[in-house]
Design a protein around this ligand. Structure first.
Ligand code: HEM
Length: 219
């Protein structure tokens, strides 16, 4: 019983944890439109409508995937409402591809506050998100359930990555007061630009490896 309920409980808990950040990402573009100075800050570039549109639109679509990709993995919906799972799956994959593309466009046009080092790792993050979303859909259409599931889990890790980035900073400040943080150029900043997604993806690959080994074991 617990083994059946636990994954769903964890997914719902994850959604509850990311909600405040998703709300922040969703409302920031609205506040920017209203001209609230804190929402405009360094990401708004006067006279650059394309990069402004890209960065604020990616926040909205990013908020949507952060809060809803974990729900997409709920077994009960997959089993009981497969049509809903398919429809929301296409929508979320498209939203994730858009988020990645818009983030990449902003990086190409404006770079990032952390310079080329941060831009490179954020660009890889965006590229991986596009790759994961495309492969999730591709393997679903191909009816390859195993690969579909693996890519969907990779997509979920990436979708909550932006939340994890902020969570890492929050925990670091709470425990150390911010050692190594220096306006996006300190050692902690330079590690965090990859540490919010690569270690989690690596752990997931280890999990898949374990599953493969188990499934090969004779019973
Ligand atoms: C997963 C969902 C995502 C959400 C919810 C999200 C949300 C946000 C938010 C709220 C900001 C404003 C920064 C702040 O909090 O002060 C931001 C900045 C940014 N995001 Fe995302 N984002 C997501 C995914 C991505 C992806 C996939 C990329 C990669 C292409 C990306 C690239 C960027 C860049 C380049 C910035 C500006 C960095 C800077 O110079 O300050 N984001 N994002």
């Amino acid at each position: 019983m617990i083994r059946r309920v636990l994954p769903s409980a964890l997914l719902v808990l994850l959604v509850l944890m990311v909600l405040p950040f998703a709300w922040h990402a969703l409302t920031r573009p609205v506040l920017a439109l209203q001209g609230v100075p804190e929402a405009l800050d360094r990401l708004f570039h006067p006279g650059a409508p394309l990069s402004n549109l890209a960065i604020y639109a990616h926040m909205i679509t990013g908020a949507v995937i952060t809060a809803t990709v974990p729900l997409q993995l709920l077994p009960v919906i997959r089993r009981r409402a497969p049509r809903l799972h398919r429809l929301s799956g296409y929508t979320l994959a498209t939203t994730a591809v858009f988020t990645g593309l818009a983030g990449l466009l902003y990086i190409a046009l404006q770079g990032t506050v952390g310079g080329p080092w941060m831009s490179g790792w954020f660009a890889l993050y965006g590229a991986l998100m596009i790759l994961a979303a495309s492969n999730t859909v591709y393997h679903a259409i191909d009816k390859d359930v195993t690969r579909h599931r693996r890519w969907a889990l990779r997509l979920m890790v990436l979708a909550v990555g932006s939340y994890l980035y902020r969570l890492h900073y929050g925990l670091w400040f709470a425990t150390t007061g911010g050692i190594g943080v220096d306006d996006f150029h300190g050692p902690f900043d330079r590690a965090m630009v990859w540490a919010f997604y690569l270690p989690y993806l690596a752990l997931l690959e280890l999990w898949f490896l374990g599953e493969r080994r188990l499934s090969r074991k004779p019973t």
